[in-house]
Ligand binder design. Structure first.
Ligand code: KG4
Ligand code: ZN
Length: 340
């Protein structure tokens, strides 16, 4: 089955072509056009602008993806678009385009859950994956811990009660007078700094599965305000150490619970933009080695939003739930737990 998938939930306009057979995947092409520079000066994504850029870029990314895969629309068996969650103005463009291609080519269409796609993206890069997998999904909009029992079977174990991890990175970057998105900048800076100069708070440390980043963000803000001599790289290092500690503690707690329940994790995985973080990747690799289980960490390009993960998810969505109706609406809020 050849799948053409579109992603337009936030500020990346993306199209991919994935060949899927018997739960095996080959990525034939993946085009991601990032709008980051268009939103940079506003310090975050402007929904109306994002929608307009998706409209401008959408047909071009499709054309490029088809060209790179040396295919035409006639070769596509299934069309897929991100249905939610995300920015309405952005989702509408990808959904309308995907449905229109499906209708014009008289082929099935599926509307994909963006987080389910992040969770399944590891299946594209790794072979012989065994379940259950303990996954931390950490992006600019969401932070949650999910046990993937199998494709289509998810158990949401915990989440942030306020800011997402990526959002905290973006805000700390702004506090230090640095650019958007803050994650890669703070990550690089932290690697040059000394976290031992100042230990930042770990909010909600008694909570086993939920996290909070708002308190950490405020603690960082006060630390910067009260210590104007503090080096930005040391602030970044302390902040990053706290984020990684907060996230890995919850992953460890989930692994413990899974062991106690008699169904231990066969792997740990990461997804979402913050999964590109060097310290988090290293910590999860180490944890996997300690527990003697696989650490399935996506390539950095697969961590941030892309359409290849939408293609993999489309295969399972179609296999498990069938095709979607062409009058399917977008779902800008769409809890993962409602997929069951
Ligand atoms: O998944 P994503 O591309 O978009 C959504 O939010 O859905 O994630 C973007 C987020 C941004 O907040 C960005 O600052 C963060 O991921 N990010 C990182 C790194 N690279 C991107 N955060 C920490 N370290 C990184 N290396
Ligand atoms: Zn995402």
């Amino acid at each position: 089955m050849i799948i053409l998938s579109l992603e337009s939930s936030c500020d990346e306009t993306a199209c991919a072509i994935v060949k899927a057979d018997n739960d095996n995947f080959v990525l034939l092409s993946s085009i991601v056009s990032s709008q980051i520079v268009k939103h940079e000066k506003y310090g975050g994504v402007v929904p109306e602008l994002a929608g307009r850029h998706h409209l401008e870029l959408c047909t071009n990314v499709v054309r490029l993806a088809l060209d790179e895969a040396k295919l035409t629309l006639e070769d596509i068996d299934l069309f897929a678009s991100t249905r939610g969650p995300g920015l309405s103005a952005a989702l509408l463009i990808g959904m309308t385009a995907g449905k229109s291609y499906a209708m014009a080519m008289n082929k099935p269409f599926v509307g994909i859950h963006h987080h389910e796609a992040h969770l399944l993206s590891v299946l594209l890069e790794h072979e012989k994956v065994e379940f259950p997998i303990a996954t931390a999904l950490v992006s600019g909009g969401h932070t949650m811990f999910v046990v993937v029992e199998a494709p289509g079977k998810y158990r949401v174990m915990g989440a942030t009660i306020d800011d997402a991890a990526g959002e905290a990175y973006d805000k700390v970057s702004r506090m230090l007078g640095l650019a958007y998105p803050g994650g890669p900048i703070i990550d690089a800076l932290a690697n040059k700094g000394d976290a031992s100069k100042h230990k930042l708070t770990r909010p909600m440390k008694d909570n086993l599965y939920d996290v909070s980043f708002s308190g950490l963000k405020t603690a960082t803000k006060y630390y910067i305000r009260d210590n104007p001599q503090a080096l930005p790289e040391d602030v970044a290092a302390s902040f990053q150490e706290a984020v990684v500690d907060i996230l890995t503690t919850r992953i460890k707690n989930i692994l413990k619970l899974m062991e106690k329940e008699g169904n231990p994790a066969r792997a740990i995985s990461l997804g979402g933009g913050v999964a590109a973080n060097s310290a988090l990747r290293e910590a999860v690799e180490e944890l996997g080695a300690q527990k003697n289980i696989r650490a399935l960490i996506p390539e950095r390009i697969m961590c941030t939003d892309n359409a290849a993960m939408i293609g993999v998810c489309a295969y399972y969505h179609h296999k498990l739930r069938g095709e979607d109706n062409l009058n399917a609406d977008i779902k800008s809020s769409w809890p993962l737990s409602s997929l069951q």
